[in-house]
Design a protein around this ligand. Sequence first.
Ligand code: NAD
Length: 513
Amino acid sequence: MTDTQQTTQPTTRPATQQSEAERALLAKVPTGLLVDGTWSQAADGATFPVVDPATGETLLEIADATPEDGVRALDAADAARSAWATTPPRQRAEVLRRAFDLLQERREDFALLMTLEMGKPLAEARGEVTYGGEFLRWFSEEAVRIGGSYGTNPEGSGRAIVTHKPVGPAYLITPWNFPLAMATRKIAPALAAGCTVVVKPAELTPLTTLLFADLLLEAGVPAGVVNVVPTTHAGPLSEPLIADPRLRKLSFTGSTPVGRTLLAQAAQNVLRTSMELGGNAPFLVFADADLDLAVEGALAAKFRNTGQACTAANRFLVHEDVAEEFARRVTARVEAMSVGRGTEDGVAIGPLIDDRAVAKAHRLVTDAVERGAVVRTGGHPVEGPGTFYAPTVLTDVQPGSDLLRDEIFGPVLAIRSFRTEGEAIAAANDTEYGLVGYAFTEDPARGQRLMERLETGMLGLNTGVVSNASAPFGGVKQSGLGREGGGEGIAEYLETMYTLTPDPFRSTEGAAR
Ligand code: NAD
């Protein structure tokens, strides 16, 4: 679509009833806790509702794990630890590969379930099934390539044998924004490495993990290898697990403040940790950029998942010569975006996850406007039911505005202009975060300078999407520790062991030398 075709304002949604297909899908979702291969109720019988953010309606009531249930799950993971660690890598790989195949067969179920519990448009949910599934395929391939090395020490007096072993039971905590991919990005490498796991999905979107856990059992994951404990008591359930000496690994994806708390807890037990935390991605558009490409990249980097992605472009820094043209083109495209329940055809912008998210987006917009930003489109919540925010473009965002510092996590594209490359890089790096950056330039040398000078773990150079199962995803600074995906992803679940033996020829008088 060209920008001249875009004339309509964002539409509001009709209230939608659950369809027959939705009800049939929800009937397939397990509503218990998965511990030691068995679905059970919470120890105290408590449940909690999972709500569709597009309608405010309850989708399902599911078991609400107690701290005692969490310990039961770790008991199971510990009991299964040794058998899974010694299961031949090929067998572990084949279980993951079967899970990949089953996920492909059921892609529509998983896509719809994510749209229902999280709100993302169905087309994007299908994209997440593809992306999330790739971790199963990639790590099924990695499971059989856990190598080691054998070498002579420099003195010639010994041999060094380096091997890799599963780190042990792992506790995996996931966020609500990518309910499938954040689970597979952790579960697949853990299982490939030979670790057993306890998974705590986000309480806002646990259904996808529950359905996926059922699929894993069907794919042949033995009892106790994967345990799932949704809970509304995230802190009380997690603390005893993190303090338990049987746990050897904590992998967390979520906000930086919670990540800091968990790191402090993990320090007591000197746990291996992987932390995928918040972001504040700069999106740089230079005067020599291909503007068509930059606009497409901007829409992908900003509005995917309705702006609720750690990789979402948060600060658009655009060279002053092209800033107005860029703003005009993105505004035209954003004005045409249809807002609605993700199940409806053509919807580009789904709901935000809850009221708090809407309030936060609006607070950040209001603050920016009070400091001088101009609203080009949007700039307001959309009336319920559901928790929607109008897709928004702001220009002339002033230094000091809160949205330059905080993750917006909503459909708000905020533009500032710059004059020089040095100024742009300094502005891009002016944040405690360092997950991803995006840059659009047709000058290859400038692209390389950006690679060297941007303080981020990832860079989209002339592209607005960086995620790929084969690549090491992760951040620097307060965006995290460790990497998920790529060759690095499995290493997060492996310990390195080094064995030294004496020179085997020492007693043969050098006969064989
Ligand atoms: P959050 O930190 O509120 O919650 C994440 C998870 O931690 C949830 O499962 C939650 O129940 C759990 N949790 C909360 N408090 C806890 C505690 N005291 N102890 C143990 N667990 C606790 O984050 P969120 O709102 O679910 O997700 C959004 C955040 O996640 C954003 O900051 C986003 O940038 C980040 N994120 C990062 C990545 C990445 O790969 N770097 C990917 C997706 C999301």
